[in-house]
Design a protein around this ligand. Structure first.
Ligand code: PHE
Length: 339
């Protein structure tokens, strides 16, 4: 009998907007499912569904590996390509999202993701309390995600180059959105050499040398930092890489699990995105549910460095890829009750 992998998937036509609101609850085995709300264009809403299924499963592993008593979920609003939302449309859409989440009775809570921010969380919050990162709660999660990425980069450099210092290293940052922009600033402050790229040149804040996304992907640097959309590591792109290691906040960086093996074969050390990108959720949960102070929550975010260090060591000792080690560890941590 092949069992369904997700606990609950809701696809609702927004009452106000008519747009497809998709919420995938992958697992509540460790606790309430958490995952951001993505608002993005897709060729077909079914592509948005596929994204929600993949991203929500990754959130289950992300929460577990970060030691949070939570499961994984994701919201995707699949916009038809070419549609632009004015402020009023956007408000209505977020109310549609809020109603959909309200119907899940607290089994799932959302947060910001690609295409949404803290102000949007406040709008969703008009319809449901199950929303993180409202401006009057823990607020913008992107600086915290970026801090977790930097902690991960230190652990990665320590493992790969024998030295955690980032100042003497070169990085290629692919994507200068909310998180990528912060990472660029933190690395520049540390004295690192940077090559950066974004599909929108207006996002170049003067930090690092701005190049095309293609040039960024093939830049001869110590570390590539994927900070844009997923699926960037494919058999074709991996063949062209000239970096020694990869770690970044983009979710679902590998196009398929087997691509981790291709990276391994090329001796490129890949830090699993589910470990590297957990800073936002760790901070939000620690502050909003755990009652921790900002400083205590920051310590939790920095602990992503030691989590990654342990994972890389274990993977090396076992002769497996870090991706495989992360998958096995997440499997141990997410143990379903017997049916
Ligand atoms: N976009 C975040 C992630 O992928 C989701 C999130 C952030 C959820 C903060 C809750 C709080 O991890």
């Amino acid at each position: 009998m092949s069992r369904h992998t997700h606990e609950n998937v809701v696809i609702r036509r927004g009452e106000r907007t008519g747009l497809p609101v998709i919420v995938a609850v992958h697992s509540t085995v460790r606790g309430q499912a958490i995952g951001g709300c993505r608002v993005a264009a897709y060729p077909d809403w079914r592509d948005g569904l596929a994204d929600a299924l993949r991203l929500s499963a990754a959130m289950t592993a992300k929460s577990a590996l970060a030691g949070l008593p939570h499961g994984g979920g994701k919201t995707v609003v699949a916009l038809p390509e070419g549609l632009t939302l004015d402020d009023a449309d956007r408000h209505e859409l977020l109310l549609d999202v809020g109603d959909t989440i309200a119907g899940l009775d607290g089994t799932y809570a959302t947060g910001p993701d690609v295409g949404t921010g803290p102000a949007d969380m406040a709008t969703i919050g008009l319809r449901t309390p199950y929303v993180f990162c409202r401006p009057d709660h823990s607020g913008d999660s992107s600086p915290h995600t970026a801090l977790g990425v930097v902690a991960a980069l230190e652990a990665l450099c320590a493992h790969r180059f024998g030295e955690p210092d980032l100042g003497g290293r070169s990085f290629a940052i692919l994507g200068l959105g909310r998180v990528g922009g912060h990472v660029a600033r933190l690395l520049a402050d540390a004295g690192a050499t940077l090559v950066v790229s974004d599909v929108d040149p207006a996002r170049h804040a003067g930090i690092g040398e701005f190049v095309t996304p293609r040039e960024c992907l093939t830049a001869p640097v110590d570390v590539l930092v994927p900070a844009a959309l997923g699926g960037v590591l494919t058999p074709a792109t991996v063949a062209g890489l000239r970096c020694a290691a990869i770690a970044g906040p983009a979710n679902n960086q590998l196009d398929a699990p087997a691509t981790a093996g291709l990276l391994h074969d090329r001796a490129i050390l890949w830090a699993p995105d589910i470990v590297v990108s957990a800073g936002g959720i760790v901070n939000a949960v620690s502050v909003e549910l755990g009652g921790l102070t900002a400083a205590e929550a920051t310590d939790r975010v920095r602990a992503i460095g030691s989590t990654l260090a342990t994972l890389l060591r274990d993977a090396e000792a076992a002769g497996i890829t870090p991706a495989e080690a992360a998958r096995l560890r997440a499997e141990e941590l997410v143990v379903p009750r017997r049916q």
